[in-house]
Design a protein around this ligand. Structure first.
Ligand code: SF4
Length: 371
């Protein structure tokens, strides 16, 4: 996959000496103010790749312990490639966006067949599962010192304000413009340091709310600050509101064990484990709808005991309201044409499986009910 051609993008004129001043100011500021983060102590492309995947959609403070633990469990491409998928998902549990973990694992398996090295080349890297323009540019610039500019939310925000760019940051068509702007500003002699400096400035100074312009090293070059229009940037296009879904989940107890089913290998939360669940119709009683689902889809006869919890959880594309019911197994063997897989699990062993966020929220109530 070759690097996108951005030669048709028209940017505001930025004088070469101004670009050079901005790079210099950024570099000085970064040397003094950067945070000491574990992935900044290494040039290992594998570790940098892991960190960048984790940091997509995740705060630094959240990602840090996950990064350390993941590197302990899977210290290199080979160890990740030869781990089983479930243990990788388990190590990722709580970070969300589980397709990222699955793609990391799949990419490691591909690299393992080619000698286990992370490639220092755009096209090869970009063809691996889960590696888009951002991850490829981050790994190549930070680990290998190659001149690729990263564009993430922080970079877009800084550039939008620095140049008063009116293009909305949250639309795909605007992405090419921000990439062209980032390319124009890139310090080609120190691309890794420059990329990290812009992202760090966006994280620490030029934040989404109340940017700290008085402390900003780029204040004298910033068009938004000079024109007193910082609050108008970055521009955003309106997005449709996230919908809400109501589901019912069944905790089925059989001889002291609970039934957990695995989600299919593709789609939302692929491969994660959960209690059997169904989306009831608008006029349906959720407990009865779940009972009917357990009978028809799993082939089990169960008796409804009671509702034990109601939890809410936000996923990327919708908000979930989940009512949870306790059922006693009566008869029947689970049918294999139902979920992808299933297990009867002792309550104290449930957390050994990779569970998604809503299931985690159910566990405290479940422990109370089961005593
Ligand atoms: S001066 Fe303010 S708006 Fe401009 S880049 Fe710095 S923090 Fe952002």
């Amino acid at each position: 996959m070759s690097k996108p051609d951005l030669s048709d993008i028209r940017l505001p004129v930025i004088a070469a000496d101004l670009r050079s001043t901005i790079r210099h100011l950024l570099s000085e500021w970064y040397a003094q103010c950067r945070r000491d983060l574990p992935w900044r102590r290494t040039r290992d492309p594998y570790a940098i790749w892991i960190s960048e995947v984790m940091l997509q959609q995740t705060q630094v403070n959240t990602a840090t312990p996950y990064f350390r633990r993941f590197l302990e469990l899977f210290p290199d491409v080979q160890r990740l490639a030869r781990a089983d998928e479930q243990s990788v998902l388990k190590a990722w549990e709580g970070l969300g966006y589980y397709s990222r973990a699955r793609n990391l694992w799949r990419a490691a398996r591909i690299l393992d067949t080619r000698g286990g090295q992370v490639p220092a080349e755009w096209q090869t890297l970009r063809q691996l599962p889960g590696i888009g323009d951002y991850i490829a540019a981050a790994v190549l610039s930070i680990a290998f010192g190659l001149p690729y500019a990263v564009v993430d939310g922080n970079v877009k925000r800084v550039l939008a304000r620095l140049l008063c760019l009116d293009t909305p940051v949250n639309q795909a068509k605007g992405h090419r413009l921000f990439q062209a702007a980032a390319d124009r500003f890139l310090d080609r002699r120190h691309p890794g340091r420059h990329n990290q400096a812009v992202m760090e400035l966006g994280a620490l100074i030029c934040g989404p709310h109340k940017p700290l312009c008085a402390q900003c090293p780029l204040g004298m070059c910033c068009e938004a600050l000079q024109s007193r229009s910082v609050d108008q940037y970055p521009r955003r296009a309106e997005r449709p509101k996230v919908g809400q879904q109501h589901w019912a989940a069944g905790v089925i107890v059989k001889n002291g064990r609970l039934l957990l089913t695995q989600r299919p290998a593709t789609g939302l939360l692929a491969g994660m484990w959960e209690f059997p669940s169904v989306r009831p119709g608008p006029a349906e009683d959720p407990g009865q709808a779940c009972l009917a689902y357990i009978r028809s889809a799993l082939g089990l006869s169960v008796g409804l005991r009671q509702r034990i919890a109601g939890v809410r959880h936000a996923y990327t594309h919708f908000k979930l309201r989940l009512d949870v019911y306790l059922y006693a197994w009566q008869s029947g063997r689970i049918r294999l044409d139902g979920p992808a897989d299933f297990q009867w699990v002792r309550p104290d062993r449930i957390e050994r499986l990779p569970l998604h966020g809503a299931v985690h929220k159910v566990l405290p109530a479940l422990i109370t009910w089961l005593g």
